[in-house]
Design a protein around this ligand. Structure first.
Ligand SMILES: [Zn+2]
Length: 436
């Protein structure tokens, strides 16, 4: 059952028996409700509308009677409409990585700042990381929570922290070599790009670098992409999940078993709902993740619609942690594409592509005209040299794989390695220029 290098940050919290964990959740939920009722007019109004007073919540099953909070609510209450502490008790401001319009402003109190690092430290230790590690943080520093929260978490553990930020692969490699970096935090698209970079420069990470683990998050990615990252960087890649609205990184994290991400249930209540109807779905069903903060001080949030699609895994984990796991995120409710009347997520295309031999690390889905879909797929170096003849066979394999998965037949264009624009930040996988 247990692996020899099993480690906990605080075992009492991570292995709390289920009934005690649920009692703690209920207690914290009631405190959170009382707090927002008293301090946040936005929530008092919403709770009144839903005809729920904080005392009316007697069990966790009453959660579904509470109102949702959406991304639009956060934008409409911008800048400080959800603040539940006096302004001088707010210690840090982050904004969410929003796309357009007003950002979502997220306030942290001193206790929130500490808790966010604590949760992330707990997550890192669950992967086997310890104070001897050298942590190179290849995420964007700034308003985005991704880098700062992990930075303080690694310092909490006692690692040497290198705040490298993203991009500049030459410098990343220099730092990795000279300071014997053992752990990195990186987006999946930059990880693939960096693996290519190492290959092009003839660097064998297993021989020349000290890398052991990569914490990969901020964008959804597939199991096949994980395997490419692990092979290309010579690491174990751990899937992580977070969002600024809740904590930043460290909301859910894989342990050494690498089978789903433990969602820290002493800090968050989770539900899975149908993204269309908003109705709760049965345990194990795939749908939209909804989260409620349980210990957030500056900005508690009730039933936040994350728009992320996943499912809850109820089975116990071999690592001994009792907090339930979620499956890797398979898409955003907002990313869903509708082409010729068929719904699918870009990650489904990725899952098919990454499983086909000869396919490289980059692809893009182009939508044009009246619902014409072309998938441009980079070949791998091996895919190029193994197939000097016209590549009809590979093309056919991709088309039929995609057709079986997404139930519509796209055009497939094969391009040489490196032909598609690369990304050192978040990847752009869909270009939609349709005139519908
Ligand atoms: Zn586990």
């Amino acid at each position: 059952m247990s692996s020899p290098d099993r480690a906990y940050w605080k075992p009492a919290e991570e292995t709390l028996p289920r009934p005690a964990l649920e009692a703690l959740q209920l207690d914290r939920l009631r405190q959170t409700l009382a707090r927002v009722w008293e301090k946040v007019p936005f929530y008092r109004h919403k709770l009144d509308e839903a005809k729920v007073s904080p005392d009316a919540v007697r069990g966790l099953a009453d959660l579904r009677r509470l109102p949702f909070t959406t991304g639009a609510d956060l934008r409409e209450t911008y800048p400080a409409g959800l603040l539940a502490v006096p302004p001088d008790e707010a210690l840090r401001l982050h904004t969410s990585s929003g796309t357009t319009g007003k950002p979502k402003a997220i306030f942290f109190s001193r206790q929130d700042v500490d808790n966010s690092a604590e949760l992330c430290a707990r997550s890192f230790v669950a992967t086997g990381m310890g104070r001897q590690d050298v942590f190179q943080n290849m995420m964007t520093y700034g308003l985005f929570t991704g880098a700062l929260v992990t930075h303080y978490a690694a310092e909490k553990i006692g690692c040497l922290v290198i705040p490298a930020g993203p991009g500049n692969s030459d410098r990343q490699l220099l730092l990795m070599r000279d300071f014997r970096t053992t752990a990195i935090h990186i987006t999946p698209s930059f990880a693939l790009y960096f693996a290519d970079f190492l290959e092009k420069h003839g660097v064998d990470p297993r021989q020349e670098l000290a890398l052991q683990r990569a914490f990969v998050g901020a964008e959804p990615y597939t199991e096949a992409t994980r395997r490419k990252i692990e092979a290309g960087l010579g690491v174990r890649a751990f899937n992580s999940y977070g969002l600024s609205e809740m904590n930043g990184p460290g909301v859910a994290f894989e342990c050494q078993e690498q089978q789903g991400m433990h969602l820290w249930e002493d800090h968050f209540l989770m539900e899975i709902i149908d993204p269309g109807s908003g109705e709760p779905l049965p345990l194990g069903a795939r749908g939209e993740l909804v989260l409620t903060t349980l210990v957030r001080e500056a900005m508690p949030i009730l039933r936040y619609r994350t728009r992320d699609i996943t499912s809850i895994m109820d089975a116990p984990c071999a690592c001994g942690r009792t907090h339930r796991r979620i499956q890797r995120i398979t898409g955003r409710a907002d990313d869903m594409l509708i082409v010729r009347g068929v719904n699918f997520y870009p990650q489904q295309v990725e899952r098919i592509l990454m499983a086909i031999e000869g396919v490289g690390r980059n692809y893009v889905i182009c939508l044009e005209g009246l619902d014409e879909m072309t998938v441009k797929v980079e070949l791998s170096e091996a895919g190029m040299s193994d197939r000097p003849e016209p590549m009809y066979a590979l093309q056919d394999e991709i088309v039929s794989g995609l057709r079986a998965e997404i139930l519509t037949k796209p055009k497939v264009e094969l391009v040489p390695p490196g032909a598609l624009p690369v990304s050192e930040g978040k990847a752009r996988r869909v270009i939609d220029n349709r005139k519908l």
